[in-house]
Design a protein around this ligand. Structure first.
Ligand code: PLP
Length: 410
């Protein structure tokens, strides 16, 4: 199947019992079995089946199978949020004493989560750029994981996937990529050698901003068999390439319980069918909006990876032929101007989200990053006069008209 077909048909042939074309919403906490032996077999891993929705649920599993097909992975686990997906991934790999190398230009919530791991004796080295040079310098015997976003939110730096995955392979370090801003429509990190892909499905995958969720897709790496990954190695002996997803489901996610609800699994399944169409519309509109802003007097530092003067233009061209997503940042000279601009907007909504079909705006320094120090904000590429826009899929002329009138009234 080609990509768009997989979005609609991947791993689903309709409901065998009723012929329903949409996956039914199985709102059942537990699943009944005829004999005690049957449940015993499922618990022992001798038979497949459902027992309790914290461990597996048919609706959520249908979404997991769809995203697995679309990303080209070997398995997936859907979670209650994007943050839960990141947390569970980290818990599945790390132990006290380990080190992580992460881009500093990542989502503020993830930055805080990684920093807080220091409480558990896990050291995070934040790097301004995740590239081969940085990794050659920073990877030590203790480094278990490299964490990066495909395109950073909000610094919008573009990671050279191949270069990073080559070093991670050579040094036997797990490459974990948050692809929330790009989705599998724009890039499939597993194809470039990443080990794990994470999405906050709350954004573009859901698209309608009506279901918070996340998902972890396992690429089936052989790295887990190494002595360095003590707990995963145990699973690698039994499950081979499925070690990561097997431990994630049967230990880590089961213990924490931060799984996706059946309703959100259903909404995500409906939404993913149109992901390709929506992402292309986001990208086409975003490029036009970025060009418009760049040509406007009084605006500086318009940042969109596919603008010619973007720092990562070359890398963006290499990986993002179809477009570089919906997020744009720019600076207006003062916090006062940034606030006035936001308040002047009529069509565009002022809220903390991205990836909605609606165009959204936010002032990151006073919201998502308000609890970060000035030094951290600078490192993350967040400034007092900076505005972030997530360009929606409305008619672009309407978006431009609203932005133009809001700028005109500054
Ligand atoms: N990753 C990225 C890149 C994000 O932008 C966000 C949220 O904005 C998250 C992860 C966290 O996702 P969630 O809000 O679904 O927990």
């Amino acid at each position: 199947m080609e990509f768009q077909t997989k979005l609609i048909h991947g791993n689903w042939n309709g409901d065998i019992q009723t012929g329903a074309t949409n996956v039914p919403i199985y709102y059942s906490n537990a699943f009944k079995h005829e004999t005690a032996k049957e449940i015993e077999n499922i618990f022992a891993g001798r038979e497949l089946g459902y027992v309790y929705s914290r461990i597996a649920n048919p609706t959520v599993e249908a979404f997991e199978k769809r995203i697995t097909a679309v990303e080209g992975g070997i398995g997936a686990l859907a979670t209650s949020s994007g943050m839960a997906a990141i947390y569970l991934t980290l818990m599945n790999i790390l132990r006290p004493g380990d080190e992580i190398i992460s881009s500093s230009g990542i989502f503020g919530g993830t930055y805080t989560l990684l920093k807080n791991l220091e409480e558990y004796d896990i050291r995070v080295k934040f790097a301004d750029k995740i590239d081969a040079g940085t990794l050659e310098r920073e990877i030590t015997d203790k480094t278990k994981l490299v964490f990066t976003e495909t395109i950073g939110n909000p610094r919008l730096d573009v990671v050279d996937m191949e270069a990073v995955s080559n070093i991670c392979k050579e040094k036997n370090v797990i490459m974990t990529v948050d692809s929330t801003l790009t989705t599998p429509y724009l890039i499939k990190p597993l194809d470039y050698g990443a080990d794990i892909v994470i999405h906050s499905t709350s954004k573009f995958i859901n698209g309608n901003a009506n279901a918070v969720g996340g998902v972890i897709v396992d690429g089936g790496s052989t790295k887990y068999g190494d002595d360095k990954y003590t707990a995963l190695k145990r699973y690698a002996r039994r499950f081979g390439k499925s070690a990561f997803i097997a431990r994630l489901r049967t230990e880590i996610a089961k213990d924490l319980g931060a799984i996706m609800s059946p309703m959100n699994g259903f909404l995500s399944l409906i939404a993913i069918e149109t992901l390709g169409l929506r992402m292309q519309a986001h990208c086409d509109n975003a490029l036009k909006v970025a060009g418009f802003l760049a040509a406007h007097a009084g605006i500086t530092d318009v940042n969109y990876p596919l603008l010619r003067n973007s720092a990562d233009y070359q890398t963006a061209q290499k990986y993002y032929g179809k477009g570089a997503g919906a997020v744009i940042t720019f600076r207006l000279g003062s916090k006062e101007n940034a606030f006035k601009f936001i308040d002047n907007l009529k069509l565009v909504s002022n809220l903390v989200n991205i990836g909605d079909s609606k165009t959204l705006v936010v002032h990151p320094a006073s919201t998502i990053c308000v609890h970060h120090s000035l030094a951290e904000k600078t490192q993350m590429g967040v400034y007092e006069d900076m505005v972030r826009i997530s360009v929606g899929i409305e008619d672009c002329s309407d978006i431009l008209e609203d932005i133009d009138q809001a700028l005109g009234r500054l």
